[in-house]
Design a protein around this ligand. Structure first.
Ligand SMILES: [Zn+2]
Ligand SMILES: [Zn+2]
Length: 478
């Protein structure tokens, strides 16, 4: 097996930083050593196959993006990144594991939905991948199958309080699924927005001629998110199911989560870079020469971008500091403007929902370190360590320690990254939701299970490098 020494860097974990060398044997980290260690008379630098010089750089565990949708069918089209293009883009950005959502649609068998996802991903991924299971039709059949997913390495399932007629679960269905969650220890993931209410508001807006993307954000009011979050928390309390609320964007929803956590509940929340940086006014309300007010469709996602005037973004950064929100995923769900987003010209309800970010999460969150929003250690915790613990991957992923997979990023704090088309953009999209963002840092080298896949602004991995990873139960429960 090939051996690698990452030398001279600052190893950063969720709990601290130290000058250390990292020794890799094959796919695994075997030692974290005092700088320049000579062991039993062996100069490691001379003894290993490859030396990576990380002087002046951070050595961090590879990113774990726990929320992606490669090739997801949505609104008559499908997310534009395949597992091949999406995981390669992730690798470019220093993410070495994704957890994607296998989908069971209404009327379909759960295991058929899961098998279809395995088929899409197998042999195509640049980095390791795991799955959550979306349950789009909670019925006796799917409830009976749910516990067996644990043996498949799928220890979390997602329900939707939004999208009536598509993925929606009513309260009775949620209650029953949460009972299974409580019995098995599987984590219930919730898209917490009151869909029936949103659909009425959206229809009323369109009827009044308010059809631009901006009104997507008006229809999906924060009250609908707060209410659904509260309802999910109460059903979790009633059943004892551990609850993880996805893509939290409203400060009022954060207050609900904080309240539940103060109450001792196993309730968690994730947010995404778009809810930290982007807003209703600046992005959903944007206008361009090419697209007019339809420009805003680039940022149509659900939950929606929130009003900056109302201060949601500021509150979300704070929640990351106080651990009222525990981690940051992307909800990567890319659609092109041409042929996809433009399906919603004249009716914002028909715009495919999603933003592509899988490539930029590590950089965007590092910029939060530069701007003083979070510490360096918290950056690693939010983007790698907690996602690994939350979803049963910790030990192998999310940490630099002996025995862990050698998923490692060498990050240069003196480097620079310009985001946008023709600069850094490897996602399969005809635009970037992050066009013009400048990052005071740079992903220099990325190792996936010991193999260098990105180095010196070149991708040198290949599809099929990434393997399916079975997950254990959550390691984050209180
Ligand atoms: Zn969702
Ligand atoms: Zn999602």
């Amino acid at each position: 097996m090939a051996t690698t020494l990452i030398k001279g860097g600052t190893v950063v974990t969720a709990t601290g930083r130290s000058e250390a060398d990292v020794l890799i044997d094959g796919e695994t980290i075997v030692a974290v050593l005092a700088p320049g260690s000579v062991l039993l008379g062996t100069d490691l630098t001379a003894g290993v196959d490859t030396v990576i010089d990380a002087t002046g750089k951070y050595v961090i565990p590879g990113g774990v993006d726990a929320h992606t949708h490669m090739e997801l069918p949505f609104g008559g089209t499908a997310a534009s990144d395949t597992f091949e293009t999406g995981t390669r883009a992730a690798a470019w950005g220093g993410t070495t594991t994704i957890i994607d959502f296998a989908v069971q649609t209404y009327g379909q068998k759960v295991l058929d939905g899961l098998a279809a996802w395995h088929e899409k991903a197998a042999g195509n991924c640049a980095i390791d991948y795991a799955f959550h299971q979306i349950i789009g039709g909670v019925d006796d059949d799917s409830l009976a199958v749910l516990p067996s997913l644990v043996d498949e390495g799928i220890t979390s399932f997602k329900l939707f309080m939004a999208y009536p007629g598509v993925f929606y679960s009513d309260d009775a269905q949620i209650l029953k699924a949460m009972q299974v969650s409580a019995e098995t220890g599987m984590l219930t993931m919730m898209h917490a927005e009151n869909g029936p209410v949103i659909d009425v508001l959206a229809a009323q807006l369109v009827e009044k001629g308010k059809t631009d993307p901006y009104f997507h954000g008006i229809a999906r009011a924060w009250q609908a998110e707060e209410e659904a979050t509260h309802r999910a928390i109460m059903l979790s309390h009633l059943t004892g199911a551990p609850l993880y609320v996805v893509h939290v964007s409203a400060k009022q929803a954060v207050e609900q989560l904080a309240w539940a956590r103060d109450n001792g509940q196993n309730v968690f929340g994730e947010t995404c870079p778009q809810y930290l940086y982007l807003s209703l006014e600046e992005q959903l309300g944007a206008s361009s020469e090419e697209w007019g007010a339809f420009e805003g469709s680039k940022w149509v996602c659900s939950t929606p971008l929130r009003s900056r005037e109302e201060g949601h973004q500021h509150h979300m950064w704070q929640a990351l500091r106080t651990n009222d929100i525990q981690m940051v995923s992307t909800d990567h769900c890319p659609f092109c403007m041409k042929g996809q987003k433009e399906l919603g010209l004249g009716d914002f309800r028909k715009i495919p929902n999603g933003i592509g970010s899988v490539e930029h999460r590590m950089d965007l969150m590092y910029q939060g370190v530069v701007s003083g929003q979070i510490t360096l250690e918290r950056w690693v915790e939010l983007t790698s360590t907690t996602p690994a613990r939350m979803f049963g991957l910790y030990g192998k992923k999310g940490v630099i320690q002996p025995g862990a997979d050698a998923d490692i990023v060498v990050y240069d704090p003196n480097g620079h990254t310009s985001i946008g088309l023709g600069k850094t953009h490897h996602m399969n999209m005809d635009h970037s939701a992050w066009e013009g963002f400048e990052i005071d840092g740079h992903v220099d080298t990325v190792l996936s299970r010991g193999k260098v896949v990105v180095d010196d602004n070149q991708y040198i991995g290949s599809k099929g490098d990434g393997k399916f990873v079975k997950r254990g139960l959550s390691q984050y429960l209180i």
